[in-house]
Structure formats: structure tokens, C-alpha cells
Design a protein around this ligand. Structure first.
Ligand code: NDP
Length: 298
């Protein structure tokens, strides 16, 4: 497995080729390095220039993010991914936030420019591509029930509205966070019905045949409560859980028991990564190699 680096390692940085990295805190769980390095190895077969590209991971505490972004730019890094807790923090720090990422207020992919970093958000693309690939559902025209009101939920909600979902219902444990998200989304919704509800009290008029997306972290640990009880909802068309480790959350186990199409977040991880690599290379990327690498890493 790729070592975990810190900013101190930049003092003696010896990689002479093109460098990419993911920054997070903690970061030791990240499987992005094997995913991207596997793709780069395949790309190097047709384009030898990628033979000296390498993707690293850095543990960067939030207070050090501005320093880290400056130092990695000065050290010549070509692209960065950002994960928890940096996606929102970086928006105030980088030179340019892509217009597509501004409504989300978070960036997960930075591309080097001469003046600094240009930030993108590929999570929404990753989610939409994954939902179509794994569940056969197009978000456009489909009612969506979204669980969560954190960063991942916000990105998912903006993507669903941008793609013209039929309606968007958002449930979250903390009502104040849900309502803040609904307020932020209202200007983006246009004619799309946008509603909130408490996960313990689903309203009777929720749509049948919705795409249910779990964007909460409930399910990461065995003792976590279900983010929602599927038995209390009209039958959804499919259940997508952004969590991929464990591979089957309690929510996905319930979906399986009820015979519902369901998928975990591994496909989203792969497709957000594939889009990031396309942004850095302007080249089509080998998604299957990325999939094999993350499956092996897990
Ligand atoms: P945040 O910390 O920003 O938000 C966490 C959300 O989960 C909040 O809505 C919070 O509710 C809710 N929550 C946390 N614990 C519980 C619980 N015990 N019961 C019910 N709700 C709970 O995290 P992110 O939005 O960044 O990430 C959310 C999930 O999405 C994580 O599991 C993350 O791993 C996953 N993810 C997966 C990706 C992929 O590529 N597959 C990409 C990005 C994220 P409250 O407001 O009440 O605190």
C-alpha cells in the first residue's frame, strides 16, 4: 500500500515525475492511490508520458490546508483530490472554483494552473454515473428521496436538481441541518418539487418508484442505526448507499431482504475518480482497471 506522507516529506521530496495526491485527515483508509496508479499504469501502455505519473496520499490536518495547497503547488504537483474534511474548506482558499462546483460549495478535485489551483467537484458525476451503471436508473425524470444533509448530500442534491429529477425529498436526523440545505437548494430547484421530512416520520405522500440515496454516514459502523426504515416507505425503484465499506450496510441488507435493486458506493468512488483523472489528463481513462484495483484494495 502507498505510504502516508505529511507536509514534512516535501522537504526531501524525490519523485521526479508528475505527481498527483489525495489530501485528507485521516487518510490511511484511502484507496484512491491504488485506483489511480492502476489507471495510470494502463494509460502508460498507449501514452508513455504517463509512465512517470504517480498518485500519493498526504495526511493534512484542516489547519494546515492553506499551507499544504501552497506547498504542493510550489513543489509542482499537477492535481489533487480532497477528502474529509477539506472539500468545503478549500473553496475559500483556491484561486478559482469552477462554476459547476459553486452551488455545491465544495471541491474534491484541483487542477494546477500557473496562478494556483482550479477546483472542480466530480462527486455528483460519480453518483449519477454509478446509479445508472448499477441500478439502471436515470436521475432525469425520477423522483429522489435523499438521506442526509452533509457535504455528500449537498453534492447529490445539486446533481439531482441539475439533471431534472422529478422531485426531491430530503430526510435528515437533525432538522436544522436539513432545513438549511433546503433553503440553500431552493434557488436551484425551479419547478422541481423540493420537500423535507424527518426520517422517523415519512409523510404518506412520498412517491412510489423513487431512487433512494443514502448520503448519511449511518452504516459506516456496525452499531449505527438504520438511516431510514424501508418498510415505512412506498416501494422505491432502487436503493443506492454511498457507503462502500462495509460492502453491505444495514440499509442495503434490508433492501436485499425486500428484493429491491440496490448498490453500494464503490461505483461512485470509481466514477468520481475517473472523472478527476480525465480532468488532469484530458484523456479517456480505463475505468475497469480502476474497478479491479479498488476491489483488490478492499
Ligand atoms: P458529513 O459529515 O458532511 O455528513 C454526515 C451526514 O450523516 C449528516 O447528514 C448527518 O446528520 C448524518 N449522520 C451521521 N451519523 C448519523 C447517524 N448515526 N444517524 C443518522 N444520520 C447520521 O459527511 P459526508 O456528507 O461527507 O459523507 C456522508 C457519507 O457519504 C459518508 O459515509 C461518506 O463515506 C460517504 N461518501 C461516499 C462517497 C463515495 O464516493 N462513495 C463520496 C462522498 C461521501 P446530522 O445532520 O444529523 O449530523
Amino acid at each position: 500500500m502507498e505510504p502516508v506522507y505529511t507536509l514534512a516529506d516535501l522537504d526531501t521530496w524525490s519523485h521526479r515525475g508528475t505527481a498527483l495526491a489525495v489530501l485528507g485527515h485521516p487518510i490511511k483508509h484511502s484507496i484512491s492511490p491504488p485506483m489511480h496508479n492502476a489507471a495510470l499504469a494502463v494509460m502508460a501502455q498507449d501514452h508513455p508520458t504517463y509512465g512517470d505519473w504517480r498518485y500519493f496520499r498526504f495526511d493534512v490536518p484542516p489547519a494546515d490546508l492553506p499551507l499544504a495547497l501552497n506547498r504542493l503547488h510550489a513543489a509542482g504537483f499537477h492535481g489533487l483530490n480532497l477528502t474529509v474534511p477539506h472539500k468545503v474548506l478549500a473553496c475559500d482558499t483556491i484561486a478559482h472554483v469552477d462554476p459547476s462546483a459553486r452551488p455545491i460549495g465544495a471541491v474534491n478535485t484541483l487542477r494546477r494552473t500557473t496562478n494556483g489551483w482550479h477546483g472542480f467537484n466530480t462527486d455528483g458525476y460519480g453518483l449519477a454515473t454509478a446509479v445508472t451503471e448499477t441500478l439502471g436508473i436515470q436521475i432525469s425524470g425520477t423522483p429522489v428521496i435523499l438521506l442526509g444533509a452533509g457535504g455528500a448530500a449537498r453534492g447529490a442534491a445539486v446533481e439531482c436538481l441539475a439533471r431534472g429529477c422529478a422531485s426531491l425529498h430530503i430526510a435528515n436526523r437533525t432538522a436544522a441541518n436539513r432545513d438549511a440545505l433546503l433553503t440553500a437548494l431552493a434557488p436551484l430547484a425551479g419547478d422541481i418539487p423540493l420537500h423535507g421530512f424527518a426520517p422517523a416520520e415519512p409523510p404518506a405522500d412520498l412517491p412510489v418508484g423513487a431512487l433512494l440515496i443514502n448520503a448519511t454516514s449511518a452504516g459506516l459502523h456496525p452499531e449505527d442505526p438504520l438511516p431510514i426504515d424501508l418498510a415505512a416507505l412506498p416501494t422505491p425503484a432502487g436503493v443506492y448507499d454511498m457507503i462502500y465499506n462495509p460492502a453491505e450496510s444495514a440499509l442495503l441488507a434490508q433492501a436485499r431482504e425486500r428484493g429491491l435493486p440496490h448498490a453500494n458506493g464503490l461505483s461512485m468512488l470509481i466514477h468520481q475518480g475517473a472523472r478527476a483523472l480525465e480532468i488532469w489528463t484530458d484523456t479517456p481513462v480505463p475505468v475497469d482497471a480502476m474497478r479491479q484495483a479498488v476491489q483488490a484494495a478492499l
